[in-house]
Design a protein around this ligand. Structure first.
Ligand code: SF4
Length: 291
């Protein structure tokens, strides 16, 4: 849940999940529809699907326990090198470091060398005696992440209160390295076309090829291109919507019609039992202004 999402946003979702799913087994038995409904509004819905898929594998193959090798952990849906390393440290107290952007930045500053010039595996190998000199590997993994997020921050590291400043080359150097920027913001223009009817319903389809919202209920969406005919649609408004590292500039169009293409289904804009992504809910809000 915390991937790309702030703690304060996650807390109510996490509490609801823990209340609803007391055991891994109960999570593994839940339907994807129900999981997505509980996840509604948190975004990055692939995480919810992977969580469900992973719970099924853990229950079915590993007796509801996390496997103990990085190789096995990495076979679980949605778990790559970083998460596997974090889990190995946090759950099994193994000597490991989870290299996310924060942690890479900390090490690169301590030795004042650009991240792109550091072989982090080699770095761990030659420093492992110094790095893993306590039995609290689990705390070490967590502490490194927190340290990068709270003290050795991306823009303004708080060096004056940092316990490492005596040994930090970045702090001492007059030629400080520049911090790597991870997020490439992508600006994309989309035309969104909404079929609407007098019952305050909007037609949505799951057939879309929008990678970041694939398989979710959406109106018709096309990347905006010059000279594409939109004349049989009425323009409603222009607005912005951010999803992960994408900034979407939306041109919203609508058409009152009772006829819709066969892959579309009418949805009420007021009440929906099924999961509706926040992206679509924002469209609902705009289209509701027509009534
Ligand atoms: S002294 Fe500053 S740059 Fe060095 S590790 Fe501490 S916070 Fe980061």
């Amino acid at each position: 849940m915390l991937q790309q999402t702030q703690v304060k946003t996650v807390i109510p979702y996490f509490k609801r999940f823990i209340k609803r799913f007391k055991t891994l087994k109960s999570l593994s038995r839940c339907s994807e529809k129900r999981i997505l409904k509980l996840w509604e509004g948190l975004g990055y819905y692939r995480r919810a699907r992977n969580l469900l898929a992973t719970s099924k594998v853990l229950v079915g193959k590993y007796n509801s326990k996390l496997p103990k090798t990085i190789k096995e952990i990495k076979t679980l849906p949605g778990i790559g090198e970083y998460t596997a390393s974090a889990l190995l440290g946090l759950v099994h107290n193994q000597p490991t470091i989870a290299f996310d952007g924060n942690v890479k930045r900390v090490f690169s500053r301590i030795i004042n060398k650009k991240e792109s010039k550091i072989n982090f595996d080699y770095f761990i190998e030659i420093n492992k005696k110094k790095l893993f000199n306590s039995k609290r590997n689990s705390d070490f993994v967590e502490a490194l992440m927190e340290f990068g997020a709270l003290v050795c921050k991306p823009k303004e590291p708080i060096c004056s209160i940092c316990n490492l400043n005596k040994n930090c080359k970045y702090f001492k150097s007059s030629k400080k390295i520049k911090t790597t920027k991870y997020k490439m913001i992508e600006n994309i223009n989309y035309d969104v076309f909404c079929y609407v009817n007098k019952k305050k319903q909007i037609a949505l389809t799951k057939k879309n090829n929008l990678g970041f919202l694939n398989q979710f209920s959406l109106p018709e969406i096309r990347e905006a291109k010059n000279n594409v005919r939109t004349s049989d649609w009425k323009f409603l408004k222009k607005y912005k919507n951010s999803i992960s590292n994408k900034k979407l500039n939306i041109n919203l169009y609508y058409k009152f019609s009772n006829k819709i293409p066969s892959s579309f289904i009418w949805h009420s804009m007021d009440k929906n039992k099924e999961f509706i992504p926040t992206f679509t809910k924002k469209i609902f809000r705009q289209v509701s202004t027509l009534f």
